[in-house]
Design a protein around this ligand. Sequence first.
Ligand code: ATP
Ligand code: MG
Length: 445
Amino acid sequence: MTIQLPEKVKFIIDTLTDAGFEAYAVGGCVRDSILGRIPGDWDITTSAAPDQVKHLFAKTVDTGIQHGTVTVLEGKEGFEVTTYRIDGEYQDKRHPTEVIFTQNLIEDLRRRDFTINAMAYNETEGLIDVFGGIEDLNKKVIRCVGSPNDRFTEDALRMMRAVRFASQLGFTIEKHTKEAISKLSSNLAQISAERIQVELVKLLVSDHPEQMRVVYETGMSRVFLPEFDRMMETPQNNLYHCYNVGEHSIVAMQNIGNDKILRLTMLLHDVAKPVCCKVDQEGIYHFYGHPSEGAKLAREILKRLKFDNETIDRVSALVLWHDDRPTLREGSVRRAIHRIGLEQYPALFEVKRADTLAKNHYKRQEKLGFIDLYEQLYQEIMEKHQCLTLKDLAVTGNDLIAIGMKPGKEIGESLNRLLMHVLEHPEDNTTEILINLVKTQQKFE
Ligand code: ATP
Ligand code: MG
């Protein structure tokens, strides 16, 4: 097995070995190289102590010196060089209380989470694979190094990492490893929301967002996204659906591009259906009001998971409008764009398509035809650069003051009425016409 190491990685490994130490590329970069994937970063593991590493290279940064990690800078690129270590006791299910450095590579590989992440490589020794990493890559399985119970008890985040790697690589989680997750999933409560968020996003934007099913089956979502459990438990007996709410949302994620905002939107677009669910006398399920309740709930959930405000705003807006259907004439579409916000387009069309394609075939062509026509009208409006917001209006508050209106609330109201007029009659968006409308005080809506 040969792996093509980047020149800079070779240089770092050679410098360390020439000084009498051992050094290997390790972890994710070895795994990804063998799989023919492009590694995100190249990590190096070495028998040299952190101060010995610092001594050998011109530019270094103490990234995690207490854990033995020094970043070596080569040009603009940084490479994490970590001293062989054994993790001591874990107290908070996340951080080892002490780190013991060792001279033995195998000891270092033993502390790593999964067999496929516990391989090392350099050009003299070739591949070091003592835990069956290659075999598991071939079998496409995620398996813990050693006892899964012990590994997940030491660090609960590893359980989310297991599903995240399964999603990214299209692998399955090996039986004992999965059983241990089911048993220990409640320990995830001790992991910070920020760290869970990182793993969740990697899972959602991967090629296999359907792994959310495993997050549910193993009991992990119950800890950090119990709303998803409710979705998986809510059937939809009506004309339009063929899945429960959770399964429908999973399929909707599979129907949309691997973008964070879009995948989070599809995950949460029906999040309020369980709380809005009403069953009528015929046993038919209705979910009136679920978009607006869903927008509120999505906001709450994303906040709890410590997402940034921009993500929270965008996802909750798309959840709010996912089922909005304006009349398909130009004026109404311009009003819809104004109401919904230009920034939600064209993403909203993708959301609507993904949602429709995750339902049964009842009226599917009709619904897709509606979305196509909606999008076509939107595009025509955009191409004509028509006025859609107060900012595009041919008059400003100052223009109204100049013709004698008193500064205050009235100005805002007049501008809004002008905008409503222009959304219906775009050809009237000239200073002259609008000023004239205000002056003559005629009803202009
Ligand atoms: P990615 O492509 O996401 O960077 P990666 O495998 O490189 O994947 P990192 O989080 O960068 O993952 O970690 C680098 C290596 O460190 C892993 O391959 C694994 O060997 C080890 N590792 C990282 N986190 C843990 C953990 N929580 N428990 C045990 N080993 C870990
Ligand atoms: Mg990495």
